[in-house]
Design a protein around this ligand. Sequence first.
Ligand SMILES: [Zn+2]
Ligand SMILES: [Zn+2]
Length: 401
Amino acid sequence: MLHTRGMKMALNEKELRREGEALQEKLVGYRRTLHACPELKMETPVTEETVVRFLREAGISEITTNVGGHGVTAMIRSGKPGPCLALRSDMDGLPIPEETGLPFASKNGNMHACGHDFHMAALLGAAELLFRHRTELPGDVKLIFQPYEEGDGGAKQMIAAGVLEDPKVDAILGFHNACIIDRDYRPGDVLVTPEATTANIFAFSAEYKGNGGHVCLSASRINPVYAAAEAISGIRALALRHPSAIVAVTVCHGGVRNNIIPETCLIEGSLRSFDRNEQALLRKEALSVLNDAAVSTGADVEVRTTIDVMSTKNDRRLYEKFCRITEKTYPESGVLPLDPVPFIGEDFARYADLVPGYHFYLSARPEGSPYPQHNPKFDVDESVLSKAAVLLAAFALHWQD
Ligand SMILES: [Zn+2]
Ligand SMILES: [Zn+2]
């Protein structure tokens, strides 16, 4: 490590990588422990407790729990005035019974099938590196562990609980492992774009209510199945008019047998795009399709918004900094353009709407694995963990250079 008179220089890229690689085994342990106890939505008390235990073991003591539910924040202080950078990981799993057969597989019926266990382990690794080198930081670092990314609740609640304040967050960095991307990316590839890295998502449910009865009375009863069917074909027509967006109905429930007109029929669907104006238009058109289907069939409809997340607005300056730091830290692999950008939603966008943010992808799909995220056999390549930790730590150490 270089020392100049009275001032400690941030450790160089090689040293940081070496320190990160030395943590590899520990990070695998973190990931496996967290993998075995996936929890859903805002209900992540065991995950919260586990994250806190690992943070304490790394020497970090300024920890706040129960942030917006079971979220956790922790501070790493540089001891000098400077901007505050937040590093964010999600914490939640999915209601998927795991079928990986791994010795540390979850047995509770839920699964870390999106790799949020990987994200937490990476952030814990970065925390350990940064705490060790805290006096070399250009300012404070706030670690954010957020529940309920699968849906749209966690970031909203954490923000409402004041996660971006006290100390005020000046910039935020986050990432997602990129196993879902059906491309030839190799484990450890860092994927970037200055544009949005995640999509606008609007998800809805529409429950059509008619008046049920014997099928013989079809002519005089209001059949909610017809209302749902009209809505579905209207949404399909909308999809055909907007080929650059994702427009889909994915749920349709109604009725029990051929001679009973049901009382209700429920559909669910979602709209995904990258352009915020296109999204506003899609949303308006979809809502009128859902309502028109009720009007034309005489049914009533109750439309609910289940997810409403905007695309991630990436800050150009942070993007350039991130690319430069990553290329310097990993000159042999650098960064790769993310193209096409996957239609994935991320409530990281909520932070990046309020403070400058950057969100990147890190490929962690095991070589040759055919299983994407949200599959019961999904797995990550653990050998990428130390790189994930180093990428976050390198950015925190050098983002003000
Ligand atoms: Zn997911
Ligand atoms: Zn995810």
